[in-house]
Design a protein around this ligand. Structure first.
Ligand code: KG4
Ligand code: ZN
Length: 357
């Protein structure tokens, strides 16, 4: 079964053709980073206009790549939230038009869930084994920082999430403070490469590092607004040379990443998970990947790391996950809504081995 996936929740217009949930036939991602760079963040209205321009060429490209036409497609899937409403509306309207005109089933996909599924696109066999569950996922992107525990029956629990900024947002805002460009994550990673991560002692909120105990209910929550403010004061009225800048960025990156790591490892221990996955755009970060690998090896836990192109926004994860929805009888109609925020109660995750709708 071939699913056409469409993604337009933020600043990437993407389409993909995926067979049976994992076999990639074609993928195209058109990014708007240059457009938003001038503002240091994504402007929803501009993103929507750009999606409108790019969506037809992006979809045409995947059909050309796969040497297929719409007649070969069995269902149309689209991210319908969480995300920026004006941006989501473009992909959703397009998907509805395509589904209606071609009499195809329509599937609205949860973007957050799709980021988790992305880690398994190349390893679908891992999701068939109940012994790999409960699975712990750290979803860390520009919009989310959350720890999710997924049971073998698909029940998912949000163990914790950020109380303010997402980790990716903290990196993007730091780059903005230092006038380095957008998106901040990859720029900081590059400039921090030869810096000393111990040069500056940036705060690690809700970890007990400051000497103040973390309340139990916040042990898996995150907060990144303080580290950003600490950076702002550390560099205020300073003229940093390249060496100092590398040290500031290496220390800042380490502060953000070490919090992600320590909370994930604490949750992995508490829930005795056999398998963890790292998902979302920040999961491209080499420092984070390396540290996760080291700590998971020590604990004899399996770590699933998607290749970077699957970590950032793409439509492969949308088309892939939608196949599981469809297989379990989930389907939407043309009244499918879009939504901005993650629902308080997570839906069941249909890629779990014993999922029942
Ligand atoms: O998943 P994504 O493409 O979009 C959202 O759903 O938010 O993630 C974008 C985020 C941005 O904050 C960006 O700075 C961050 O991922 N990012 C990185 C790296 N590449 C992208 N952060 C750290 N290191 C990277 N190499
Ligand atoms: Zn995303």
């Amino acid at each position: 079964m071939i699913v056409l996936g469409i993604e337009s929740s933020c600043d990437e217009t993407a389409a993909a053709l995926v067979r049976d949930g994992h076999e990639l036939l074609a993928s195209c991602i058109s990014t708007q980073v240059k457009l938003h760079a001038a503002y240091g963040g994504v402007i929803p209205e501009l993103a929507a206009r750009e999606h409108l321009k790019n969506i037809t060429p992006v979809i045409s490209t995947v059909f050309e790549q796969a040497k297929l036409s719409i007649e070969a497609v069995d269902a149309v899937a689209v991210t319908n939230g969480p995300g920026l409403i004006p941006a989501l509306l473009v992909g959703n309207s397009y998907a509805k038009g395509l589904a209606m005109a071609n009499k195809l089933p329509l599937l609205g996909v949860n973007h957050f869930e799709a980021h988790i599924y992305a880690a398994f696109l190349k390893h679908p066999e891992l999701l068939k084994k109940p012994s790999n569950f409960p699975l712990l996922a750290l979803v860390v992107s520009g919009g989310h920082t959350a720890l999710v525990l997924i049971q073998a029956d698909g029940q998912a629990e949000l163990l914790g999430s950020t109380l303010d900024d997402a980790a990716g947002e903290a990196l993007d805002k730091a780059a903005k403070i230092l006038d380095l460009g957008y998106p901040g994550g990859p720029i900081i990673e590059r400039l921090a490469k030869d810096g000393n991560p111990q040069a500056y002692n940036f705060p690690r909120a809700l970890t007990g590092a400051s000497g103040k105990a973390t309340p139990k209910e916040h042990r898996f929550n995150f907060s990144f607004s303080g580290v950003k403010t600490a950076l702002l004061y550390a560099v205020k009225d300073q003229r940093l040379d390249a060496r100092q800048l590398a040290d500031v960025l290496a220390s800042y990156q380490a502060a953000v990443m070490e919090v992600l790591l320590s909370k994930s490892m604490a949750a992995a221990e508490e829930y005795a998970v056999p398998m963890l996955c790292l998902c979302g755009g920040v999961a491209c970060n080499g420092y984070l990947r390396r540290r996760f690998q080291e700590e998971c090896e020590k604990r004899h836990k399996q770590l699933i790391l998607a290749e970077p192109v699957c970590c950032t926004d793409n439509a492969m994860m949308v088309a892939g996950l939608a196949w599981h929805y469809f297989k379990h009888g989930l389907q939407d109609d043309l009244s499918l809504p879009v939504y901005a925020r993650l629902p308080e109660k997570l839906p069941k995750f249909p890629f779990a081995p014993a999922f029942k709708s």
